[in-house]
Design a protein around this ligand. Structure first.
Ligand code: 3AM
Length: 182
């Protein structure tokens, strides 16, 4: 079984901005620079032949590259925050690309959970045992990052990532890359 997700790798300048935005994080585990990504769809665990079918379907996706920027910060999980994230500012192209990925997954007979898609880049993950004090500090931290933004950058492609869960967090490895504008 292979645990995978489809996501967009980020340019070096954006990774540097995200790393700077993590400075002074009061609690939680900061995402390592090499792990920053914008998730298009979490695929989950599937046998290798299913992932091979998914790869072929992803490879057939066409479309033009497009611009996005990152802006703002927030927490997923109100009372019990689980993720500190940077927001994404984009036109309709990002949602359309996500829809193509969802369709590709369906074509490979991978049913995805019907959940609302909120584009974001995870900055830090927070343990379930977070104290109310730490949660309050994190809310302050996110509020101070409300003005975070990156220069616009071009999405030139996306990738299928393997996610290997380990003791020190997940290790991501790009199994295949899919350029847009092809
Ligand atoms: O880093 P982000 O937030 O973009 O949270 C996981 C991560 O998203 C998410 O998939 C990305 C790569 O691991 N993820 C993990 N398990 C998930 C699940 N069961 C999940 N998303 C939805 N359902």
């Amino acid at each position: 079984m292979i645990r995978t997700f489809v996501g967009i790798p980020l340019p070096g300048a954006v990774v540097r901005d995200l790393t700077a935005a993590q400075a002074g994080l009061p609690a939680g585990r900061a995402v390592a620079p090499e792990n920053f990504h914008l998730t298009l769809a979490f695929i989950g665990e599937h046998p290798e032949p299913v992932i091979e079918d998914l790869h072929l379907a992803l490879d057939r996706i066409t479309g033009a590259g497009f611009q996005v920027s990152l802006a703002g910060a927030g927490l997923f999980g109100n009372k019990r925050p689980r993720v500190l994230y940077a927001g994404v500012r984009s036109g309709p192209e990002l949602g359309r690309l996500r829809e193509k990925v969802v369709q590709a997954a369906r074509g490979a007979e991978i049913p995805l959970a019907r959940e609302r898609y909120t584009p974001h880049v995870t900055l830090a993950r927070l343990n379930s045992g977070l104290s109310p004090e730490d949660a309050a500090e994190l809310r302050d931290f996110a509020a101070r990052r409300a003005g975070f933004s990156t220069a616009p950058f071009r999405i030139e492609g996306f990738a299928l990532f393997r996610s290997t869960l380990g003791r020190n967090g997940a290790i991501y490895e790009a199994l295949a890359k899919y350029p847009l504008d092809k």
